[in-house]
Design a binder for this molecule. Structure first.
Ligand SMILES: NC(=O)c1ccc[n+]([C@@H]2O[C@H](COP(=O)([O-])OP(=O)(O)OC[C@H]3O[C@@H](n4cnc5c(N)ncnc54)[C@H](OP(=O)(O)O)[C@@H]3O)[C@@H](O)[C@H]2O)c1
Length: 301
């Protein structure tokens, strides 16, 4: 355990690990069967700290996003950077906390990129969130409501009530004809779409956008970047903008705070024992989770 430049927490004993769906970019380049899969999101207890770490000590309960390229979360012990670690308050369970780092941060940054403000100064935008039942989407719905946006959401029939319960104003079942064309039941045009699915035709998105509407695409593919460059060159008013997460401690702290204050919750799809992590992995790869998939190291959280 390196304690690189004194910045690392030298060890976290993992209590709960959230399975992080691989990034769209890697997924597309390598194909789902070769998908690179790093488990980065953990809740645990600090075992040791590096000499320069002042804000954590052994025994602290924390939530952390581990190194993005190396992962290492699917293990009993992990090395975490203090710059992407926050304290876990007593009213945030390890499972709730472990769901947050990538999925909720992505939802937050996507919404900010769409113009959402969380200090009450934002405009009342109409927003569409696709795959609102998924890991990123279910946080996006709750965060969008906290930013006072009007939310239309898509999900399958079995999750419609759950997504309404998260605060969505309108919910479309993506398996119906109206749902597949993303048509708002009240005829609203979307100022922004948070696109958490793949395969939605641009023509479908475009016809539902307001004049300067934009699609924030979190499901990254090389084509997303190419289309973005072409739209920029053409000075298009409506465009799809790729968004890759830039992990930030301040975002994680904000999100943990919201859960602690009861303003946002983590929907847990399923919990798996460490010894059954293959089941969790299979469930994750299946692409039909409702919320987050959790692996528990020592049972119960
Ligand atoms: N850009 C970034 O930095 C970043 C960060 C994190 C994640 N991501 C990407 O974000 C995407 C979403 O991740 P996730 O973890 O939220 O996915 P997820 O949890 O696997 O999403 C599963 C959910 O999506 C629903 N769904 C599937 N297809 C749908 C469709 N066409 N319309 C509406 N709902 C649909 C499923 O409902 P049913 O079961 O009813 O089908 C299921 O509830 C992934 O591609 C991931 O790679 C990107």
């Amino acid at each position: 355990m390196a304690g690189d430049k004194g910045l690392s927490l030298e060890g976290i004993k993992n209590e709960t690990v959230d399975l992080v769906w691989c990034f769209g970019l890697v997924e597309r380049f390598e194909g789902p069967s070769n998908c690179d899969f790093e488990v980065t999101d953990v809740a645990g207890v600090v075992i040791e700290v590096g000499s320069a770490v002042k804000n954590f000590k052994a025994g602290d309960k924390v939530i952390s996003m581990l190194n993005f390229m190396k992962g290492g979360g699917l293990a009993e012990y992990a090395v975490a950077s203090s710059s992407l670690t926050v304290h876990r308050p007593p009213d945030v369970s390890p499972a709730e906390g472990a769901g947050l780092p990538i999925a909720a941060s992505t939802a937050l940054q996507a919404l900010k990129s769409a113009g959402a403000k969380f200090d009450g100064s934002g405009k009342p935008l109409n927003i569409l969130i696709t795959a609102a039942s998924g890991g990123v989407g279910h946080y996006a719905v709750q965060l969008a409501k906290l930013a006072n946006l009007y939310v239309t959401a898509t999900c399958g029939a079995r999750n419609v009530n759950m997504v309404k319960g998260l605060g969505a104003d309108e919910v479309l079942d993506y398996t119906t004809s109206d749902g597949s064309i993303l048509k708002s039941p009240t005829g609203k045009k979307y100022d922004a779409v948070i696109e958490c699915t793949t395969g939605t035709e641009w023509s479908v998105l475009e016809r539902n956008l307001s004049k300067n509407g934009k699609v924030v695409v979190v499901t990254l593919t090389p084509m997303t970047f190419l289309k973005y460059v072409v739209s920029k060159l053409r000075c298009a008013k409506k465009m799809a903008v790729p968004m890759a997460l830039m992990p930030k401690e301040e975002d994680l702290r904000f999100l943990v705070g919201l859960v602690g204050e009861g303003k946002m919750r983590t929907v847990v799809d399923s919990r798996h024992l460490f010894s059954n992590s293959e089941d969790a992995w299979a469930k994750c790869m299946d692409g039909h989770a409702t919320g987050k998939i959790i692996v528990e190291m020592f049972g119960g959280s």
